[in-house]
Design a protein around this ligand. Structure first.
Ligand SMILES: [Zn+2]
Ligand SMILES: [Zn+2]
Length: 268
């Protein structure tokens, strides 16, 4: 594997509510881990944009990322990004956000369904998981059809909270919707994120090899790698395993972004 393709395009800092990591410390950790490219992707939950103060935190995140991008320019490629949660729940706010900042990189995420709580909070013994996941994939499909982001983050996010009755998830009940998600992504050139935080909570990437291979089979060209680190010690964690997973599914390149444009880095 070439050292030049080591990257981490999903990092949270003190400008996300669930992190207190300093951006500069994350840059230094990235360099120490041998990374060449990173993206800061602090959280924005679109439906709570004003109520939870994301309007202020994203301004601070973006401004500091701009500064660090200049300071580190010879040592580390920094993308000024955002993890935009639930854009479809308030499209006007999502569009306004994209018009306000010159992001290098935008992740699209779905952490909760319309009018519902984060997947973290369900009592899974009392919900119909089939129905819930059908809603999840359908909302994801709507989001990629809108498509004003570069990469679909952690496609299998809810599965990390579902009861672990099996090691291999059976996606069959939702496979037609997942295939349509992938087809739309191919058409719109949206990248699929291989989120390596799955290795911290379990033993596989999000999504797992089954779905990465399926994306490839349906014509997927772009994959990205992200640790989803919320602390300095997790910067770049398992990114090599993520790149290996991409390669094992037939991908020969990893995408990184500047100015909302992809650059493809050769793995081997
Ligand atoms: Zn997320
Ligand atoms: Zn994240």
């Amino acid at each position: 594997m070439k050292k030049n393709c080591l990257c981490d395009l999903h990092l949270h800092t003190m400008y996300s509510p669930d992190s207190n990591a300093a951006m500069k410390d994350m840059c230094d950790a990235a360099i120490n881990a041998g990374l060449k490219h990173i993206a800061f992707t602090d959280h924005i939950e679109i439906p709570a944009f004003i109520a939870d103060g994301y309007d202020k935190s994203i301004a601070e995140s973006f401004n500091e990322a701009c500064e660090l991008k200049k300071i580190y320019k010879d040592r580390l490629h920094i993308a000024r990004g955002v993890e935009m949660g639930e854009p479809m729940h308030d499209l006007k706010t999502a569009e306004a956000l994209l018009a306000t900042y010159e992001f290098d990189y935008v992740l699209g995420s779905l952490h909760n369904l319309l009018g519902d709580v984060d997947f973290f909070y369900y009592d899974y013994s009392s919900v119909d998981i089939n129905v819930l996941m059908k809603r999840f994939f359908n909302e994801t499909l709507d989001m990629v059809r809108w498509g004003r982001f570069d990469t679909l983050a952690h496609l299998t996010y809810p599965f990390r909270y579902l009861p672990k009755t099996q090691t291999e998830v059976n996606y069959a009940p939702w496979m037609d919707i997942i295939d349509e998600i992938f087809r739309v992504m191919v058409e719109k050139n949206i990248a699929l994120e291989i989120n390596t935080s799955g290795f911290r909570h379990g033993s596989k990437t999000m999504p797992d090899a089954q779905l990465i291979s399926r994306f490839k089979k349906l014509g997927g060209q772009r994959v990205t790698i992200g640790s989803d680190a919320h602390k300095v010690a997790d910067v770049g964690k398992y990114v090599e395993d993520g790149i290996k997973a991409a390669n094992a599914s037939g991908f020969e390149y990893i995408a990184v972004f500047q100015n909302r444009k992809a650059k493809m880095l050769s793995i081997n």
